[in-house]
Write a protein that binds this ligand. Sequence first.
Ligand SMILES: Nc1ncnc2c1ncn2[C@@H]1O[C@H](COP(=O)(O)OP(=O)(O)OP(=O)(O)O)[C@@H](O)[C@H]1O
Ligand SMILES: [Mg+2]
Length: 257
Amino acid sequence: MILSLVNVKGGVGKTTTAVNLAATFAASDLRVLLVDLDPQGSASFSLGIDRDDGEASMADVLVDGVPAREALRPTEIEGLDLLTGSMELAGSELGLARKRDPHLLLRRALQPVRRRYDAIVIDCPPGLSILTINGLAASAAYILPVVPHDLAHEALDRFFGGWERLERSLRAKPRLLGILLNMVDKRTHLTTAMVDQIRQSYGRRVFRAEIPINVRLAEAPAYGMSIFQYERWSTGAQAYRLLGAEVLRRARTAGIL
Ligand SMILES: Nc1ncnc2c1ncn2[C@@H]1O[C@H](COP(=O)(O)OP(=O)(O)OP(=O)(O)O)[C@@H](O)[C@H]1O
Ligand SMILES: [Mg+2]
């Protein structure tokens, strides 16, 4: 299973979800690879790995054609490997665009290593840049995290509008595995109203599991830990365990796992 976390909007929980989902998969005894496609390298940072420590990163793989196998590295979490993000990805757009089939670079790069893993989770940067398109084109499915506030609907529409146009031209067809409601604050009326509205508009496309606002989720990255290493009984950890199980169920039903 190859799965991307995407949204045109920033700060909605793509990275938090990529890291903690990857950790739940590893805890379920799956062999997991986390691919950090974001020049910010937040997913790598969240696992305690310095993105620019001189080791091979995603920039070397995508721009310079270094084999992915040479850039893989183990993490503190058993069963979880990482391909690190890198600042150098930030300036790579033009370089990538000049290559043949620039949207298929990641897909090709993962080809020789994908059999080593049961699940590959790709953390995409915000937007629909060439990097995100590479993530989507390499994936069997994607998850769209949203924060239920006033612009959430617009972000979803913008994503679906932009992606449908691209999908046609790229002939890549990853399926939407689910929309994830993140940073849900049940104490505010606005959030509850938006959650209802999004569930009404998107129905079964929305995961049943919701991730609450939980300060532990925001703290864990600074310690280089997943939520399960940092505070395994927090509400955030419990929510991600439920989500992990739901994602695996949906993936099996969809025949991609
Ligand atoms: N459920 C949550 N509760 C509390 N804080 C959260 C939660 N989800 C995410 N955060 C925090 O919100 C911020 C944005 O989350 P995250 O980095 O996962 O979003 P992103 O979509 O990957 O952002 P970007 O688009 O910049 O890559 C981070 O500081 C993260 O720790
Ligand atoms: Mg991120």
